[in-house]
Design a protein around this ligand. Structure first.
Ligand code: ZN
Ligand code: ZN
Length: 362
């Protein structure tokens, strides 16, 4: 089962011809899940090999414009391209408290009526996710009569025991959010596939007298079987160790994380997407703005034992390799800084339209 991520925007603050504003698409089983939707994301989607109509879930890391100003426009265009279908499941949108009111008001004020339903599930941040003077409580936004007619959705509070928010869980995977520290509350998301049952040990099956056929399938799916001789074979007798699923972590803007949730949830991530807005020589400035440098991103990657670190959200001054003009900074400096902090482990710099495949574990 293929799983890949495609970067649609790797620049910070605003979209430029060299780098779009933040957005990436995770594709699995033919579904596209969009993480952040900066201004211009819909045109980046059109320029990519992805189909916007396949988007079924959208995750917004935080409410800075470069991460979600593209959302009302994208939804309107998706609606123009779709047919009214009462049975269509809603597009699920996850993001910080306030997102529901923003979306509903944007669509209402512009008289935009979507042909498909959508839900907005809001994450309630904690005050330690940003400097005290920046924290704003948006919990009252939905109290007036008008907004109460807005889209449905859950209000998700931090699970203090897990230090995370449970967003999605089905038979195959779990998606959780965790808290990050930024100028305003920011979140990271982790998608983790559940382990797949291990291979059947064919030699053992033969020794136990189980004939190839439907019984194999039952055991593989976790059901015990009874043989003609009355013996019961349980799956644990004949299955090898479960095969771990893949883990992808996408972090919003941050200069650290309150609590232990972030590092624990990202433990041994197959891919960790982390921002690196400025290079290491500007660490003070980066911290002041709630951002990270390559060394800071590497430190987090090391803390959680991530297998692959991908840096993104570069200041627009860092032009993509080979596109720089006079006076532009060289983005490969950020790669060198991160790799030196990780003692030579290879680090990837995201570029617009770059796709990274995450192979199934064997
Ligand atoms: Zn940003
Ligand atoms: Zn930000």
């Amino acid at each position: 089962m293929s799983l890949d991520i495609t970067f649609l925007g790797t620049g910070s603050a605003y979209p430029s011809p060299a780098r779009g504003a933040s957005a990436l698409v995770l594709r699995r089983e033919g579904q596209c899940w969009l993480f952040d939707c900066g201004e211009g994301t819909q045109t980046q989607l059109m320029r990519s090999h992805l189909r916007a109509a396949r988007i079924t879930k959208i995750f917004i890391t935080h409410l800075h414009g470069d991460h979600f100003f593209g959302l009302p426009g994208l939804l309107c265009t998706l609606s123009l391209q779709s047919n009214a279908d009462p049975n269509k499941p809603p597009v699920d949108i996850y993001g910080p408290l306030g997102l529901r009111s923003f979306l509903w008001r944007s669509l209402e004020l512009s008289h935009s009526q979507l042909l498909f339903p959508y839900t907005v599930h809001e994450l309630v941040p904690t005050p330690d996710q940003c400097p005290a003077e920046e924290f704003k409580d948006f919990s009252g936004l939905d109290r007036d009569e008008a907004t109460r007619q807005g889209p449905p959705g859950r209000v998700l509070h931090l699970d203090p025991g897990e230090d995370s928010y449970l967003l999605v869980e089905d038979e195959q995977l779990v998606v959780r959010a965790f808290r990050l520290f930024h100028r305003i509350p920011s979140f990271g998301f982790v998608l983790e596939e559940k382990p797949r049952p291990g291979r059947l040990n064919v030699q053992k099956l033969k020794d136990l007298g189980v004939q190839p056929g439907p019984l194999y399938g039952k055991l593989k799916s976790g059901t015990a079987v009874v043989l003609e001789n009355g013996a019961t074979i349980s799956p644990a007798d004949v299955l090898e160790a479960p095969i771990p699923g893949r883990k992808i972590c996408v972090l919003g803007d941050c200069s650290g994380a309150p609590g232990a949730g972030a590092a624990r949830l990202c433990h041994e991530a197959d891919v960790l997407v982390h921002e690196a807005t400025l290079d290491d020589t500007q660490q003070d400035k980066a911290r002041e703005h709630g951002h990270s440098t390559p060394a800071m991103a590497s430190e987090f990657a090391q803390l959680c034992g991530a297998k692959k670190l991908v840096l993104t959200h570069f200041s627009q001054r860092y032009k993509p390799a080979g596109q720089g003009g006079q006076g532009d900074a060289d983005v490969t400096l950020l790669k060198r800084q991160a790799e030196s902090a990780l003692r030579g482990q290879e680090v990837t710099l995201a570029e617009d339209f770059m796709t990274i495949e995450i192979p199934l574990k064997k």
